[in-house]
Design a protein around this ligand. Structure first.
Ligand code: PLP
Length: 348
């Protein structure tokens, strides 16, 4: 028996999920008169008249090989945002349980918790954007269900030290440690997916939105113990990944080298942008980044932000975020985009 028999919200363990027509027969061939679909075809063409595979097995089988894990350890969602929402829904009881976030960090952990009325406890990162384990210890109690670790972190861009994540995983073995690796492809670091067998309480999230360049498609991944994945599958909308997304992801998985080329180009552009920004006196600090974003401290961040916006160059103003005073977060663009940014900044 895994820790999830104790950690998952009680009523979900007994929940009888919606049984979709496609749960009962998984073959591709047949006369399908079970799902009240249009048998003739689709107004939009492309065989869209049929419901998709609710569990996306073809993609998961392929991904399992790529990520060196098993298909039963994979959840696919409408962006990793869906996985964030379902993880909280699976584990946290409103009015009772709490979760810990490590600001400054990705905003959706807090938003999903607020929607579900789950208490969020904050343990700010230190000045180098690393977790403070003693502070986390002081925030944890018996009702803490999740600690969210974003690595590389958004908005600071740095990788969280592996040994710190491992010590959370070991010390709090009945708390779920989510490692959000949305930006992992931009680092040389091994993914925590390799540690899934070792830690029952580990969840790793990745996404097709960043290095893969498929943000518009909305496909995210979560890797975890099969008991937790089973609960997420039980409570998700039955057909959460549409048929087009499934087809496109399957094709994309044959083009890993294309993704790697993009990563190479972005990393090379990052170097150029860092060096260009470093020459501008208005810039006080560029934080080291293992990602496709640069957190940059300006003398007058908000004014620069508005000036750039006026010039139709849109960056992210993070100056109101804890530990990011006077900071703008800049996504690495193409060479031309980065040059345009540098030229405009020089004019400010
Ligand atoms: C750290 C982090 N996690 C998750 C996401 C959301 O990813 P998705 O597009 O898969 O929902 C983002 C998006 O910016 C992010 O920065």
């Amino acid at each position: 028996m895994s820790i999830y028999s104790k950690l998952v919200r009680k009523h979900l363990l007994d929940l009888k999920p919606y049984s979709s027509a496609r749960d009962e027969y998984s073959g591709k061939e047949g006369i399908f008169l079970d799902a009240n679909e249009n048998p003739y075809g689709s107004v939009a063409g492309d065989e869209l008249n049929r419901y998709p595979d609710p569990y996306q097995w073809e993609i998961k089988n392929k991904l399992a090989g790529l990520k060196k894990t098993k298909a039963q350890n994979i959840f696919l969602g409408n962006g990793s945002d869906e996985a964030i929402d379902l993880l909280i829904k699976s584990l946290c009881e409103p009015g009772l349980d709490n979760m810990i976030i490590l600001p400054p960090t990705y905003g959706m952990y807090q938003v999903c918790a607020d929607i579900q009325q789950i208490e969020v406890r904050k343990s700010n990162l230190d000045s180098t954007f690393q977790p403070r384990l003693e502070d986390i210890e002081s925030k944890i109690d018996s009702q803490t269900k999740i600690i969210w670790v974003c690595s590389p972190n958004n908005p600071s861009g740095n990788v969280i030290k592996r040994e710190l994540i491992e010590s959370l995983l070991t010390k709090y073995s009945d708390v779920i440690i989510v490692v959000d690796e949305a930006y992992i492809d931009f680092t040389g670091e091994p993914s925590f997916t390799e540690s899934l067998e070792k830690y029952e309480n580990l969840v790793v999230m990745q996404t097709f939105s960043k290095a893969w360049g498929m943000a518009g498609l909305r496909v995210g991944m979560a890797f975890a113990h099969e008991d937790l994945i089973a609960i997420m599958n039980k409570i998700k909308y039955p057909y959460n990944l549409n048929i087009q997304s499934q087809r496109i992801v399957l094709e994309a998985l044959n083009k890993v080298t294309k993704k790697e080329e993009y990563v190479k180009a972005i990393l090379s552009e990052k170097k150029g942008l860092e060096s260009g920004l470093g020459k501008l006196s208005m810039i006080k600090h560029i934080y080291p980044s293992d990602s496709n974003q640069l957190l940059v401290k300006f003398e007058k961040a908000h004014e620069v932000f508005k000036f750039l916006m006026n010039e139709k160059i849109i960056v992210r103003d993070r100056s109101n975020v804890v530990l990011c005073d006077d900071c703008l977060r800049i996504t690495i663009g193409t060479h031309e985009e980065n040059q345009a940014l540098l030229e405009k900044l020089a004019q400010f």
